[in-house]
Design a protein around this ligand. Structure first.
Ligand code: 23J
Ligand code: MN
Length: 257
């Protein structure tokens, strides 16, 4: 019997649809967010060998791993932010799994971000995108392409005396995305907010406004340049951590080949 779901499986096997991996490799060298020194800090990914087909386990190899919920390519749940602390089912283990598979649109800000490390996603940028591609559909993931994922080492956080400099959305842009009733917002940078996002009102507007409205975040994405502006499907299920505020995850997009 041909159903919508078996059509998807057939398209993947025929090669008329394919999967793009939007995930960075979990690696101890991958940068994590650095907050002002008075705050608690994010742990990097660490990996410790337990055995490797040796006296500690002759037929098996495995590792103990340590990480922060917000290490590497990761998902932000509503309870990550104080504004979302009372959102019903706001922890990663409580979110309806239907939220983890859904449509995605990509707003290409790569030219702007190449010219200006502090490039802002504004309502004007979104409205220009909508004039070309149509209104952002309700319940869609909105990803901000900056090509920031092609940076590495110190250039990725891009720290200066006054903190990090990386692109992100303005409060008015997030307000417009909330008016579109999006599912969540994702970026290639270390946070959904700009490096200088603490200077907006409210500070860290993406975190504050999205999570307060029960929406989700994705950070440290890559390969956004391989996605169409509209029409792809995002698959982004976080780990089921009890009371978790977020989690590293594999983020996949299904696109037409
Ligand atoms: C904690 C405090 C500030 C920020 C963040 C975390 C993140 O970006 C994050 O990973 O959610 S801005
Ligand atoms: Mn996060």
């Amino acid at each position: 019997m041909s159903t919508a779901v078996s059509e998807v499986a057939a398209a993947l096997s025929r090669g008329t649809a394919r999967i793009v991996d939007l995930t960075h490799t979990l690696d101890p060298d991958f940068p994590v967010i650095v907050l002002p020194p008075e705050f608690g800090q994010c742990a990097r990914f660490r990996m410790e060998e337990v055995s490797a087909y040796d006296h500690r386990g002759p037929a098996w190899k495995w590792h103990n791993i340590t990480l922060n919920e917000h290490t590497g390519t990761h998902f932000d749940a509503p309870i990550h932010w104080v504004s979302g602390k009372d959102v019903p089912n706001g922890a990663v283990d409580e979110i309806d799994p239907g939220a983890f598979v859904g449509p995605v649109v990509v707003i290409d800000c790569s030219d702007g971000a190449a010219r200006d490390d502090d490039f802002e996603l504004t309502p004007e940028v979104i409205e220009t995108w909508e004039a070309q591609h149509g209104m952002i559909p309700k319940d869609a993931w909105v990803l901000m392409r900056t090509d920031w994922s092609k940076r590495s080492g110190a250039d990725y956080l891009n720290m200066a005396q006054d903190g990090a400099h990386s692109p992100g959305p303005t409060p008015a842009a997030i307000e417009l995305l909330l008016a579109r009733d999006i599912r969540g917002f994702g970026t290639e940078t270390v946070g959904t907010d700009a490096g200088q996002g603490m200077h907006y009102t409210p500070p860290y507007p993406a975190h504050y406004m999205l999570h307060g409205a029960g929406k989700f975040g994705l950070q440290c994405l890559c390969n956004l340049d391989l996605l169409p502006p509209t029409g792809a499907l995002l698959i982004a299920p976080p780990l089921k951590i009890k009371g978790g505020t977020g989690s590293p995850l594999r983020v996949l997009a299904m696109v037409m080949a």
